[in-house]
Design a binder for this molecule. Sequence first.
Ligand code: G16
Ligand code: MG
Length: 576
Amino acid sequence: MTSIDPSILAKANSWLSGNIDQDTKLEIQKLIDENPSELIDSFYQDLEFGTGGLRGLMGVGTNRMNVYTVGMATQGLANYLLKCFPGETIRVAITNDCRINNTLFATTTANVLTANGIHVMYFKEMRPTPMLSFAVRHFDCKSGVMITASHNPKEYNGYKAYWDDGAQVVAPHDKNIIDEVKKITSFDDVNWDKNDELFHFIEEDFDQIYLDLVKGLSLSPEAVQAQNSMPIVFSPIHGASGKMVPAALKTFGFENVNIVKEQAEPDGNFPTVIYPNPEEAEALTLSLKLGKEVNAELVLACDPDGDRYAAAVPNESGEFELLNGNQTGSLLTYYLLSKWKEAGKLDGKQFMVNTIVTTELIDRICEGFGVKCFSVLTGFKNIAAIIKDLEGKETFIGGGEESYGYLVGDFVRDKDGVSACAMVAEAIAYYKTQGKTVFDVLAEIYSQFGFYKEALISVTKKGKDGAEQIQALMTDFRHHPPSEMNGVKVVKIMDVKESSIKDLLTGKSEKLEMDKSNVIQFYLADGSKISARPSGTEPKIKYYFSVNAPLANTSDYRKVEAELVERLEGLKRYFS
Ligand SMILES: O=P([O-])(O)O[C@H]1O[C@H](COP(=O)(O)O)[C@@H](O)[C@H](O)[C@H]1O
Ligand SMILES: [Mg+2]
């Protein structure tokens, strides 16, 4: 039988003697009596801010999402807000997506904030994450909370916390909030009793205010006009984007938008998919089916909180091909920069942002246009942090990451699946008026900047044991780094945790100027790059692979692609 560490048992006992409901106590007692390993996973640590806020399985315990952890996180947030903005009127915007317990967690958040004298701006209906980010800015809030576990499996929930710029909290606020949460030693330290006078509903006109700004991002309205009957399919995968993405497409001028009916209504059980993650091909099955029926030229799907999106387009054989986040990100970057250049608006004061595990093709495209591109750690909050740093000095055009997230313009400070869907549809319409398909444009990009192809492997390792195994794998990469992979020499190793860049050819090391994070990157002699990092949102270790080759002749697209896929497969074998 699994033995329980006394400190874990002590934590469980402190819940048992705390001022909490009887059902939760019974559940904890049951775990102590019957399921020690589940008890350990539920109490061995406290939820902390990861790549995308607090995220965890729903259940009892300090390491789980429940009204008590939500209440304590919110009390910590309230204490910190009151410290940061003494004497000021503090407003916090709140919404949620479709997950089980979401209204419970959102109202708990609202109750605790108002109980602490903080005004709450509450959406009447669930809305996507990017709209919460925008609401923080629009209503001059000091903070915001989005109750969602994004694309995680249905057993999860989460709490994305925003600061006054509309971006998810980064240092020092993330750590400071958690420090405040840690000071809460009893459930009685949480002010649970709401103050209705401080509770305000966000009026319906807010949707239109946001949509008008989205419309303002459009760069080719005439092309959309010319292609307005282009069949598009969209699915919110049972999430919160079911109203806003079709509305954004409509406001751009697209008139033939077909919604996947089986997935149109919010449902936290996600009954028609295995995982509500548009990165997984399976989640697009129904969308592609409808795509075939209506001869769609573009199939789009968002994750439950509407910040990431996937796109699929028919290829030269008429079959739908799924585009990954690196491909759509490259396409959008190229489109945006081409249009900005054409309008004579590139004058050296613009910038774009991606992350260190995103395709370097985006960096090459930016270089080609003479536009700066910053590469930051994984987490859209880090992209938003650069936007804030350069605010008033330089203009953010757009930015994105491999995990299907993109943002155009800066009125939202998180990835925006709503505007990204509209922009990608516009880009496709624009190229169509020039007689080009997505693959023609990708070939054009690859022939100018190099053909880059990426792949991702995620290995799930659950619970405390899984987390330890993931750490052990990372340690092993550090202590026994590979000298070659798939017959190709490793020439450089970048270790973001150790802040080091080692050149294996010269033996020299330099210091890496970047915040520390548990990421290690191997660069190979043929230009390939492999990155390993533990996910900050799910119990997974992630391996990212990137290979590239020149594309001298666009008609060799499929041939070069096949060679790149073979190289990717070779590298993947090393990790499986
Ligand atoms: O999950 P979302 O859509 O909120 O997105 C969040 O998590 C993703 C996955 O992170 P990780 O690789 O650490 O699991 C990140 O790429 C993204 O930047 C972040 O905003
Ligand atoms: Mg999401």
